[in-house]
Design a protein around this ligand. Structure first.
Ligand code: SAM
Length: 200
């Protein structure tokens, strides 16, 4: 991933959502994007130029647009109509974003649109975040990665964040994934952790 004097950027065809520009480069703000926050906290995250990404919880496409600046293709799933409208505009300006208006709890409905992917990135803020990720593992090629952005308060507000975090890692490992990194996203995002797994 590209940084200019320590600032994470991506190289795109102009700005998308009013982000700051450094010349031709789009500044990728860690306070707006959990994936950018993960990069600032753990430089092991990378987006390869030939990677195909399945992105669950695309919202209005701000993070999706940065990911698309780096990789070959992004399948972007979103189920809420309003952000989907914005996502369609973002996808319309690029050749490598496939917007999918679908529910990530029902991947069988959009499975025919997908190909094998190198990275599943999930940011859905739902109670069953691990289960949603596990349902998409058939699309992840062996050796590929899952990055799950865990919003602990969405899973169970009564449990302490560390307990939710440990339970989620346990669920992912029981499904055959290997946890390779786990990073709390403070100071950028409260109550959020990134869990990076490899499909063995
Ligand atoms: N990833 C986005 C970004 O960085 O710009 C922000 C994502 S926002 C925290 C969570 C998104 O997940 C919302 O837009 C929500 O509508 C979507 N979402 C939640 N549950 C979903 C589901 N079951 N299927 C598809 N999208 C879902």
């Amino acid at each position: 991933m590209i940084s200019i004097d320590g600032t994470l950027v991506s190289e795109g065809a102009g700005g998308v959502y009013g982000e700051r520009m450094i010349g031709e480069y789009r500044v990728w703000d860690p306070y707006r994007s959990k994936l950018a926050a993960l990069w600032y906290l753990d430089r092991s995250v990378d987006l390869a130029g030939d990677a195909v990404v399945l992105y669950l919880g695309a919202a209005n496409g701000t993070t999706v647009s940065h990911v698309a600046d780096y990789v070959e293709a992004v399948y972007a799933v979103e189920f809420a109509p309003r952000p989907m409208q914005d996502l369609l505009v973002v996808a319309g300006r690029r050749k490598n974003i496939v917007p999918i208006y679908g529910d990530a709890t029902q991947p069988q409905r959009y499975a025919p649109l997908l190909e094998a992917v190198d990275l599943v990135y999930q940011d859905v803020a739902q109670p069953n975040q691990a289960a949603i990720a596990i349902r998409h593992m058939p699309f992840l090629r062996s050796g590929g990665r899952l990055i799950l952005m865990l919003k602990t308060r969405s899973v169970d507000v009564r449990k302490c964040p560390e307990e939710v975090f440990a339970d989620t890692c346990g669920e992912l490992e029981a499904a055959g994934l290997r946890v390779v990194a786990a990073v709390w996203l403070l100071p950028y995002h409260a109550d959020h952790a990134a869990i990076v797994c490899e499909r063995v």
